[in-house]
Design a protein. Structure first.
Length: 74
């Protein structure tokens, strides 16, 4: 329950910080997001490549096990 209340409080603070009548941090937040976007895109791309490699390895392992099972049945 505490985490839900804390999450709501963080969202409310973020909205308040972006509003011109609040802390007016909107421009600063956009500046940081623009700087983080390319780094985040590179990290997501790297993660996608690693997941793809793991998927290919798992498929090859499953095919190899299936072939071994077929040989053992004969």
């Amino acid at each position: 329950m505490f985490t839900i209340i804390f999450g709501i409080a963080c969202i409310v603070f973020t909205i308040f910080a972006c509003l011109p009548a609040g802390l007016n941090w909107g421009e600063n937040i956009m500046f940081v997001l623009k700087g983080i976007a390319p780094i985040l895109a590179a990290l997501v791309g790297l993660l996608a490549i690693l997941i793809g490699i793991a998927d290919v390895r798992d498929r090859n392992e499953a095919k190899r096990e299936e072939r071994e099972a077929m040989k053992n049945e004969e």
